[in-house]
Design a protein around this ligand. Structure first.
Ligand SMILES: Nc1ncnc2c1ncn2[C@@H]1O[C@H](COP(=O)(O)OP(=O)(O)O)[C@@H](O)[C@H]1O
Ligand SMILES: [Mg+2]
Length: 403
C-alpha cells in the first residue's frame, strides 16, 4: 500500500473505533475474563463505571465491548444520555428494540401492557418498535418518569431472560451518563440496582440452594464528575459498582499501537521519529490520531522520518488551537483567568492557594470557580494536598504559549 491520504490508518475524531487499540488491556481482560463468564453463568456481577476526560476513549471502549458481545450472540442495548431526563426513555426504546429483534413483537406487548404502552408512547408492530419521541423527551413530569421506570425494569428483566434462554447475557451500556438529569439518574440507578438483584432460586446438584441472577452486564461511562453525581442520586448503585478510571495511555502502549497501525499499512518509521511522535501525543488517545494523521500526510516515502514528524507538529497547530479553543469556549472571565494563572505556575506548584495568590484573591473566593472547572473536566485534583493538573495535555501551553 502506498502512503497517500486515502490510505491513512489514522482516524481523528470522537467515537471512531481505532484500527489498532493502544493499551486498555486491563479493561478488556476484565470484560473477557470476569464480566462475560460470570454474567453468562448468572453469577452476581458488579456494574462497571468507566470514567475519564473527554477523548480518552470511553465511547470507543463501550462500542468495542458491544461489538464483541453482539458477535458472540449476546444481546446488547445501548443509549447515550443527553442533558435532561430523556435517557430513561431512550433505554426503554433500545431495550424494546433488542427484545423485539431477539424474539417477537408479542414479547414486547406481553411485557408492557397497553395502558403503560400508551402512557410512554410505545408502539409495536410486527416489524418494529417505536417510542414516540414527544412522549419520551417530554418525560419531565415525575409520573412520566415513573411509568418509564416501570417499563425499564420490566424490559430489562424480560430481555435478560431472553438472553438467558440462549445461554447468553444482556449487555447494557449508557454513555455520557453525567448528562442525565438528577431525576433520570436516580430512576436509572435505582432500577438497575433493583434488577441486578433479581434472581431465581434453584437447587444445585447436591440439593443446595443456588441463586441464578439475571444475566445482565451494565456499563456506565462518563466524565470524572459522574461518580459524585451517582452518589448524590441516593441509590446504593455506586457503592456496589466497580470503577475504571481511564487515564492517559502509557508511552510504550502508544508506540506499540503506532507501530502496529503503520505495519498494517506497510509503512515504517525511524526510531527517533517514533519517539518524537509519542512525545507529542503525550498519552492522549485523541492526539494519537491527530498527530499520526499529520505525520502520515507529511511525506510520501515508505518510512516516516523525524523531519516529517516536525512538519506534522507544525501542521497540527491549527487543529490544536481550534481543539483547545472549543474546550474553553464560553468560560467566564474569572474561570479563564484562573486557568491562565495556573498555567503560568510550574506544574508542581498549581495549588488553589497559589493560583488565588496570583489573582490577588483568597482560596474561598475562588472555590466555586474551581468546582466549575472540575465539572467541565478542564482541571482535576491530583492525589496529594490541594494540587491540580490540567485534564487535557497541552492546555497549559495553549493558554500561555512559550510559558
Ligand atoms: N485505546 C485507544 N487506542 C487508539 N485510539 C483510541 C483509543 N482510545 C480512544 N481512541 C481514539 O480517540 C478518539 C476519542 O475517543 P472517544 O471514545 O470518543 O473518547 P471519549 O468518549 O472518552 O470522549 C476516538 O475517535 C478513538 O479513535
Ligand atoms: Mg465519548
Amino acid at each position: 500500500m502506498s502512503r497517500a491520504p486515502a490510505t491513512s490508518p489514522f482516524t481523528p475524531g470522537y467515537g471512531v473505533l481505532p484500527q489498532v487499540w493502544a493499551g486498555r488491556e486491563r479493561e478488556f481482560r476484565d470484560f473477557d475474563e470476569v464480566v462475560v463468564p460470570r454474567v453468562r453463568a448468572r453469577t452476581y456481577e458488579q456494574a462497571r463505571i468507566v470514567t475519564g476526560d473527554r477523548g480518552v476513549g470511553k465511547t470507543v471502549l463501550l462500542t468495542q465491548l458491544a461489538d464483541e458481545a453482539a458477535d458472540a450472540g449476546d444481546l446488547v442495548a445501548q443509549a447515550t444520555a443527553r442533558t435532561g431526563p430523556s435517557v430513561v426513555g431512550d433505554l426503554v426504546a433500545a431495550l424494546a428494540g433488542t427484545l423485539h429483534a431477539a424474539s417477537t413483537a408479542a414479547a414486547v406487548t406481553d411485557a408492557i401492557d397497553e395502558t403503560l404502552r400508551r402512557r410512554i408512547g410505545l408502539t409495536v408492530s410486527a416489524s418494529s418498535v417505536r417510542l414516540d419521541l414527544g412522549a419520551s423527551a417530554g418525560a419531565r413530569k415525575r409520573a412520566d418518569l415513573d411509568a418509564l421506570a416501570t417499563s425499564l425494569a420490566v424490559l430489562l428483566e424480560r430481555t435478560a431472560r431472553a438472553a438467558a434462554d440462549r445461554g447468553r447475557l444482556l449487555l447494557l451500556t449508557i454513555d455520557e451518563a453525567q448528562n442525565a438529569g438528577s431525576g433520570a439518574l436516580e430512576v436509572l440507578c435505582h432500577t438497575l440496582a433493583d434488577v441486578q438483584n433479581r434472581h431465581d432460586r434453584t437447587t444445585g446438584p447436591r440439593g443446595e440452594a443456588v441463586r441464578a441472577y439475571l444475566p445482565l452486564a451494565v456499563y456506565l461511562a462518563g466524565l470524572p464528575s459522574l461518580p459524585e453525581r451517582i452518589r448524590s442520586s441516593g441509590s446504593t448503585f455506586f457503592e456496589r459498582a466497580l470503577t475504571f478510571d481511564l487515564g492517559l495511555l502509557r508511552d510504550p502502549d502508544v508506540a506499540t499501537a503506532l507501530r502496529g497501525m503503520l505495519d498494517n499499512a506497510s509503512v515504517g518509521i525511524e526510531p527517533e521519529a517514533l519517539d518524537r511522535l509519542v512525545a507529542l501525543i503525550g498519552g492522549y488517545p485523541y492526539f494519537l490520531h491527530l498527530y499520526g494523521k499529520h505525520a502520515w500526510l507529511a511525506g510520501h516515502g515508505d518510512v516516516i522520518t523525524l523531519a516529517e514528524v516536525e512538519v506534522a507538529a507544525e501542521a497540527a497547530a491549527t487543529d490544536l488551537t481550534r481543539f483547545y479553543g472549543e474546550r474553553v469556549r464560553g468560560l467566564g472571565d474569572v474561570a479563564y483567568d484562573w486557568l491562565v494563572a495556573a498555567a503560568r505556575l510550574p506544574a508542581d506548584e498549581r495549588t488553589v492557594g497559589a493560583v488565588a495568590a496570583q489573582l490577588g484573591r483568597t482560596s474561598p473566593q475562588l472555590g466555586s470557580t474551581v468546582e466549575s472547572l472540575i465539572g467541565r473536566a478542564l482541571i482535576r485534583h491530583e492525589p496529594g494536598r490541594g494540587r491540580f493538573s490540567f485534564a487535557l495535555p497541552g492546555l497549559d501551553r495553549y493558554l500561555v504559549p512559550g510559558g
